[in-house]
Design a protein around this ligand. Structure first.
Ligand code: ADP
Length: 340
């Protein structure tokens, strides 16, 4: 029998969890929670608990994946096996691969990718407890973790969903609304209101769709304030650090070189030196063609993150990975719950 509630909104206009239709769930964030990551953020949003970690920019191996004129952003969304009531089958699923792809794209308009040619930025979003809206929660946490890592961005990305229950649009769906509602529209926006992710499940009219975007803008505006406050709290503590007001004082190339040179991996450093010699800045492919396997062995993280993340990029590979997942990894019923 279905657990669908008879009514989602009561006569006072309040939802099952007591919120108004345009109110987001309580959200709190903490940054710098992982000492080994370059940037990190732990987020609680309603009953969702998400940890985001950012590593990089760092030299990308294997080198054949390097982009000559920009950094490669890899984003891995993952739900922990224990994050929902039933145990989730570990490893990438069709759903997590799709969410990783669209979430990575949500950051493309803001990250100044041209500053780190040949490098990679790895973003990991681990859902520890899931309760509807985890992809948007992960984006909110990842955005702050990227800022915590000092990745140059035009602004933060904020995300939340709008849905439809009892014929009304509601902001930031809770679990019953997500499960039994008529629509779910997750969105991500840059701080100047540009939509960088929009997905839709269910049906809404054209008019409702326009209203949903406006409603979501307001939700993202509130989330942006929480993100900024979280960052402000950290950086106002760094009183001793002298920051130049004059943007022209910043030597971008020195910044890039020092970031890449700071890699602890000796091979990374050698590779950086080779790149410096190349005045065009274009990374030669010869070496990767001659010994691609060697490169793969050099990546200390490849065993943990490389294999499934490499499937995400480029798009053609992604399509293949969908096919692979279809055939091998995902159970017939598309639900990755392990029926133990
Ligand atoms: P989002 O979490 O972004 O809203 P979905 O709409 O796909 O993504 O999922 C809604 C909710 O359903 C999740 O937040 C989670 O609580 C639950 N859920 C998703 N996938 C699974 C799964 N494989 N097993 C159990 N619950 C799941």
């Amino acid at each position: 029998m279905s657990d669908k509630p008879e009514k989602f909104i009561d006569e006072n206009g309040l939802r099952l969890d007591g919120r108004r239709i345009d109110e987001i769930r309580p959200m709190k964030m903490e940054i710098g929670v992982l000492s080994r990551a370059d940037g990190s953020c732990y987020l609680e949003w309603g009953k969702n608990k998400v940890l985001a970690a950012v590593y990089g920019p760092r030299e990308l191996h294997p080198r054949r994946l390097q982009k000559a004129d920009s950094v490669l952003i890899r984003y891995r969304y993952n739900m922990a096996a224990f994050s929902v009531e039933d145990r989730i089958r570990p490893g990438p699923s069709r759903r997590s691969i799709e969410i990783s792809k669209v979430s990575r794209e949500a950051f493309e308009p803001v990250v100044l990718t041209h500053l780190y040619p040949g490098a990679v930025i790895d973003v990991f979003a681990e859902v520890l407890q899931a309760d509807a809206g985890t992809r948007t929660a992960a984006i909110n946490a990842a955005s702050v973790a990227l800022a915590d890592a000092g990745i140059p961005m035009k602004g933060l990305v904020s995300a939340c969903a709008v849905g439809k229950v009892d014929g009304q649009l509601v902001l930031d769906l809770n679990k019953p609304e997500d499960n039994y509602g008529d629509a779910d529209i997750p969105m991500a926006m840059t701080s100047d209101g540009e939509i960088s992710l929009i997905q839709m499940d269910g049906d809404v009219t054209q008019e409702e769709f326009k209203q949903a975007i406006e409603m979501c803008k307001e939700g993202c505006r509130q989330i942006l304030e929480i993100q900024k406050e979280t960052l402000r709290n950290k950086f106002t503590k760094l009183d001793d650090v002298e920051i130049s007001d004059d943007e022209e004082d910043v030597d971008v190339s020195a910044l890039v070189e020092s970031t890449l040179d700071s890699s602890e991996d000796e091979d990374d450093m050698e590779a950086s030196a080779e790149q410096e010699e190349d005045e065009t800045g274009i990374v030669e492919d010869e070496e990767s063609e001659s010994a691609p396997e060697d490169d793969e062995e050099e990546d200390p993280d490849s065993a943990e993150s490389g294999s499934d993340l490499e499937d995400v990029e480029p798009v053609e590979d992604l399509e293949e990975s969908f096919t692979d997942v279809d055939e091998e990894d995902v159970p017939e019923d598309e639900d990755d719950v392990e029926n133990a």
